[in-house]
Design a protein around this ligand. Sequence first.
Ligand code: BTN
Length: 247
Amino acid sequence: MNITVLTFDTLDSTNTEALKQARLGADEGLCVLADHQTAGRGRNGRTWISAKGSGLYFSIVLRPKIDSKYVPLITLMTGVAVHDTLAGIGLRPDIKWVNDVLANEKKISGILAETAETSKGLAVVAGIGINIRSSNFPDEIADIATSIEHETGRVISPAKLASALTGFINYFYDILTGEEGPAKVLSAWQSRSTYFSGKKVKAWSGNETITGTTDGLEANGALRIRDEDGKLTIVHAGYVERLRQAE
Ligand code: BTN
């Protein structure tokens, strides 16, 4: 995939801009990078705080030629790429299903994958936010989020981070779209995530709450959770929290 990066000072959201470019016919590999987002979007309608100089705000247009049942693996593939980008600058990240990258159990990066039907077929936009500085985190996330600066004592420019990240996305996207790609991406995710199996979790999916132990992923990336009675629930979309000993 050819990588082309469009850089902006300010955007409402790099995902919104990338979706617009995809609908206009942009090739896969088009990346959108902004210093600042005025309406950064997280999952489930949440806001992604996007102050200038505090983070990487990045989106990439993909046009995956894979069976549609494997499209959810784009999020996992992106998580693996973010993981390796952060490992490359000295962190020891973890990936929490489905799209959070953690450092010391706090969130350092989030991924928002969105799709658009375009005249060239289905486009997937993978949007990635990485916290570079945490000095101006609002109170409500200070306890649950961390940053590169906090974890390493150093900052890195968004441009450098984006360059490393696009390298890893390119590498793992090639794998995903190649022979046995879905199985290889699952295996890459498994080796980077403590959430793959044996983790006591609580999950919220639709209006269901499931408590149990993680028991691997389905072929499309859905999370398997087994409860105390051995009943297996497959979570396709939702939110997962680790349970501590006492819970
Ligand atoms: C989440 O964990 O809730 C996902 C957060 C995704 C944030 C990124 S920042 C770049 C891109 N543009 C957006 O508006 N959102 C994503």
